[in-house]
Design a binder for this molecule. Sequence first.
Ligand code: APR
Length: 238
Amino acid sequence: MSQHARIVILTGAGVSAESGLATFRAHDGLWEQHRIEDVATPEGFVRNPQLVQNFYNQRRAQLSSVVPNQAHQALARLQREWPGDVMLVTQNVDDLHERGGSPQVIHMHGELLKARCVESGQVVAWLNDITAETRCACCKPAAILRPHIVWFGEIPLHMEHIYTALGQADLFISIGTSGNVYPAAGFVAEARRHGALTVEFNLEPSEQRSLFQQANYGPAGETLPGWVDRLLKEPTKW
Ligand code: APR
């Protein structure tokens, strides 16, 4: 039994903001520019698949022009150097945690750099655009591919694994999420219910602010690195 704290980390769009990726609910956020029902629901995909593909093609293409920031790198350091268990769960679909050095990332809302066959459900790595003509390689006749993204109304990925970790967590750290979208917004309550210390890093207090016992407000690229360094220096005094 490790005597070191078991840590669960949850990130949201705010952790990638300083890398230049748009968040969702800011004044210039993605949901100010696009209707969720048009680009992030199964019904929207049936209604106008090319509009949905274009939305994700643009976001996928943007990844090649952004780099991880100090918040991604601090979390990767924590995962690599912490003597106990660490689970990193992200709501983000970008690959910046991986490129920032994180050895393990659980994408509960899917990944931009993967595509999914609508018939077989098979998931494949995918770097380029998906168009109306793009077909899978797993079915006969070939079926269409969709972005490997969890849309509103669909079930997030890896939930059993995540809830098991939340039930055992000693320390729950939330970074860069507004706490608006469940089930992720309920993770802090779940961790707290099992006795975890809960810490929020956000630009401003999130919807779940009252459930965090500690809070560090400001850009995560500025607030997180020093906090992680202090934690790593004294791993039994968290
Ligand atoms: N550092 C820390 N926090 C930041 C920064 C930053 N540099 N910039 C923005 N934030 C905070 C904002 O204050 C906001 O609370 O990040 C949060 C981003 O909130 P949202 O835009 O709502 O994004 P998120 O919480 O990740 O959304 C959750 O909603 O639409 C769905 O699937 C989508 O995964 C997404 C989910």
